[in-house]
Ligand binder design. Sequence first.
Ligand SMILES: Nc1ncnc2c1ncn2[C@@H]1O[C@H](COP(=O)(O)OP(=O)(O)O)[C@@H](O)[C@H]1O
Ligand SMILES: [Mg+2]
Length: 368
Amino acid sequence: MDQTIIRFEGVSKRYSDAEPAVLKNVSFEIERGKFYTLLGPSGCGKTTILRLIAGFITPSEGQIYFNGKLINNTPANERQVNTVFQDYALFPHLNVFENVAFGLRIKKMKEATVREKVSEALKFVNLGGYENREINEMSGGQRQRVAIARAIVNEPEILLLDEPLSALDLKLRTEMQYELRELQRRLGITFIFVTHDQEEALAMSDEIFVLNEGVIQQSGTPIDIYDEPINRFVADFIGESNIIKGKMIKDFEVEISGHVFECVDKGLNPNEIVDIVIRPEDIEMVSAEAGSLQARVDSQLFRGVHYEICCYDDNNNEWLVHSTRSAKVGERIGLTFEPEAIHVMRLGETEEEFDKRLESYEEASTEG
Ligand SMILES: Nc1ncnc2c1ncn2[C@@H]1O[C@H](COP(=O)(O)OP(=O)(O)O)[C@@H](O)[C@H]1O
Ligand SMILES: [Mg+2]
């Protein structure tokens, strides 16, 4: 069976003719039963994608498919999709039971069925027994769960969650991250979760779409995206990074801060100027003599598991290093890193361009 449940094909969205498109030629596929996250800064178009999937708005260009069927003009109430909104949008004048029952009552379901389904949904989110509570008697985390129960009681094929944890404090948010992940596994339905928090995205997702200015920058598993960011935006947005300019001498050889390093990248032009990303935890602090680069320690913070050391090399590039050993401010140290730790990125390259480049490289090398 085809696992694709949602497919976007060249979808653009313009809210008004006078303004530029907020989604630009977006294409992706969502598979059944997985946990997806749309990750990106405020205003990049995350909610717009959810609204398009839910059917609250229609695309200006392109096609949206649900289970292989074109749904551009299918009304929201005919889609097997439910949304959990950021502010939960619960009805304050209804109790917990009636909030969850609301959608079923609209569908004019029999009372006995309503009772059964609501009680099942509430058990699913660990709120069995809370049926008669008023909404204002529930804590933030409990309201969150009521909102989820109200969405899953309709047995949607896809659950859309628009920054549902952003109103919670850190501790509760972490708890709810586990709960949501666990809930998705138990229900086995597709979750499309929106957040601007990269740690949340990394912790929860099977797949992440990183979005910026209405364009998907990169998609992949959390590990793919963390380990192999495709451009400066992704590298900068996901985790802490050293991003500096470098020069690709030839395949597998790159110049960084005046020194030549072996790397694992290929398919760029000789002497092309590139962005280099090296994660702070991939850099080892050694003696100045043993380092491939030398640097002077500028400042240091103790972060609990490691020291975060900020230093400047001889060309005045700033480096962030995570080390279990401490350094002294003003001390001259050496830095080393493995070829695999060096991530070379073509300036401003998108995922599509990256894939094309590797493809043409593979072609060229089989021909030659
Ligand atoms: N109803 C609307 N009318 C006009 N512009 C909108 C509307 N909704 C969103 N936008 C604009 O579209 C862009 C993307 O918004 P949105 O999808 O809500 O971003 P995000 O959820 O990533 O913060 C923003 O620039 C926002 O101002
Ligand atoms: Mg939003």
